[in-house]
Design a protein around this ligand. Structure first.
Ligand code: CA
Ligand code: CA
Length: 147
């Protein structure tokens, strides 16, 4: 009985000692259009190692680039919860509505991510879709990509 208790305590201690932040990332494979170009094209990630223009087509299909950037600390997995907590809609410089995609209901500014973000995000639209993005942010559907 005492041995069992000791084992249980050791097991619990081992579980508690395991790094809580360690996450298994499924990078997928290199079957996308832009493998091995030293830019991570998988939109699940964010950070300086990312490609400029983003869409959903390369999710899970740019493994080598994204894993290299991840291992080097140049990209992280984007978390809606963490991003939302770090986003203050009232203090963001939204810019203007000069994008071709302004006032279409989706946020086309590549600085943002979330349910309200457009399917394709182009760097040219940065700071140019203010009304859509501000509205979506205020209703909780949009957060910063880099937080
Ligand atoms: Ca790539
Ligand atoms: Ca828009």
């Amino acid at each position: 009985m005492i041995i069992k208790k000791a084992l249980a305590a050791a097991f619990t201690a081992a579980l508690l000692a395991a790094p809580a932040a360690a996450q298994e990332v499924n990078f997928g494979d290199d079957s996308g259009e832009y493998p091995n170009d030293n830019e991570c094209d998988d939109r699940r990630f964010f950070g300086p190692g990312m490609v400029a223009n983003l869409d959903w087509e390369s999710v899970g299909k740019d493994a080598s680039d994204c894993k290299a950037a991840y291992d080097a600390g140049r990209v992280q997995l984007w978390s809606m919860t963490d991003a939302r907590a770090a986003t203050q809609c009232g203090s963001i410089q939204w810019g203007d509505d000069s994008s071709d995609y302004s006032d279409d209901g989706a946020c086309d500014d590549p600085r943002f991510e979330g349910m309200g973000a457009a399917e394709i995000l182009l760097t040219d639209d940065s700071g140019r879709d203010a009304s859509d993005c501000r509205q979506l942010c205020e209703f909780g559907l949009l957060s910063l990509r880099d937080y």
